[in-house]
Ligand binder design. Sequence first.
Ligand code: HEM
Ligand code: HEM
Ligand code: NAG
Ligand code: NAG
Length: 415
Amino acid sequence: MYRPFDLLLASAFAAVTNAAFSTFVYPADKGNLTFALSAASTGDVYVHLSAPAAYQWVGVGTGSEMSGSVMWIVYAGSDKGGITLSPRLSEGHVEPSFSDQINCALVNGEGYHNSIDRTVSTRYYSANFHCTNVTTLGHGDGKLNLGNAKQPFLYAWGPTDGAISSASNNAGIKRHDSYGTFWMDMTKATTSNSAVAAVPTGAALLSTTNAGADGKAENDGDKVGPAHAAIMLAAFAIIFPLGAVLLRFLESVKIHGIVQAIGVFAAIVGVGMGVYLSTLYNHSKDVSSGHQVFGLILLVLLLCQWAIGFYHHLRFRKYKKPTIYGRIHLFLGPAIVLGGIINGFTGFNFSGDSHNNVYYGIAVAIILVIVFTLLGWKKWSKRRQQKGTQMMDDNEEPEHDHLGLNLLRGSHNVL
Ligand code: HEM
Ligand code: HEM
Ligand SMILES: *[C@@H]1O[C@H](CO)[C@@H](O)[C@H](O)[C@H]1NC(C)=O
Ligand SMILES: *[C@@H]1O[C@H](CO)[C@@H](O)[C@H](O)[C@H]1NC(C)=O
């Protein structure tokens, strides 16, 4: 019996398998990144993108450089095993931004699905989507040209830490661990029969076809973020507390001043890095987060603290009397250091590395115990010494230590 439905099915099947496509497979260190594209000359573009889910995100974009590229970025969705497709536009060497001008949507169909899949040993993002107006977007060689036999594309993937689980297509992504470029023959991927253009599946995804890599992926990664963190944490959790301890143990205002000046210098360099870092990411470019604003306030206070300390020192040398500046310096100092230490926690939260707060918290706790033990012990032993001299010589008079900071009682010579 003649069954038109069967014929329809058969022709639909033939259409999918015979559709024009180009496929690029890149062996990333955790597994293959596969990008396959099929287009209709109307401008409709169908894409399959898969890559190891060990990466925080993976992306492919048009063009040979970030600037002017139309990008498709994929990361884990908010439901377990789900993915989010984030179409973005890029204007250079900063985080690309989501754009609803790019009219793309995930599509479901026979033989593919949009999810994180587990193959033998690796989990892969798998995204299949349809876009209608990609060819009108982007600029430079980032403008997709369906007549170009050597259309440039780029790919990149994020670091293996700081996993995202977000349904938002504007989630913050970290700077790439690696990136590279490839080309595709768009003439071979484009059909004039828009009825047969569809997401490439099955055998079409197995190997590079009508495409080629431009060399190997470049290693990249965010070096400024860790440097910013290391310098700021060294200043607030190590150098400034050390300067305070040395003041009491060496009883040298000079050494205290030098060590704290080194700390202030480190903080200025670290904040400079923080300001540069701020320009790279969408969530930081407005410099409006608590971490950034509080960090800038701390830097201003730090400069005041240094000036107040210096002024106190000059006056104390002249009048040999404690000053109000000495008192301010004494209370502001620990407050700023505490503020800086707290800003370390907010920094890790801000960058999405809040797991580091455990190690950081332990390190800070150990340092604080050591510092308070040393300072407390010094104060106690001074008191004892003082009592001893009082008993021997009742004519005791020094009410303030030579630092004029009103904290320790001693009978030393003024510097
Ligand atoms: C947070 C997000 C991102 C940041 C901060 C960022 C930053 C940068 C920087 C600073 C460079 C220059 C590296 C160098 O010359 O050493 C660069 C290059 C590059 N990036 Fe990105 N990028 C981001 C996202 C992406 C995405 C999503 C892709 C692709 C899907 C990508 C692809 C590339 C490629 C192919 C290059 C080399 C070509 C060029 O210089 O434009 N990037 N990126
Ligand atoms: C007391 C001062 C500060 C401390 C202790 C501090 C510490 C940190 C730490 C520990 C991180 C995490 C780094 C990572 O996970 O790799 C971080 C990230 C960051 N900080 Fe700071 N910071 C301070 C001040 C500032 C200032 C003044 C700015 C800018 C105005 C700034 C901008 C940033 C940015 C943009 C990030 C990275 C965000 C990202 O990776 O997405 N920080 N900071
Ligand atoms: C298609 O792209 C144009 C830019 O040329 C944009 O203005 C428009 O909103 C886009 N259309 C859709 C449906 O997203
Ligand atoms: C990666 O792709 C190559 C072909 O380009 C294929 O031979 C290899 O089996 C693929 N690896 C995995 C893990 O799928």
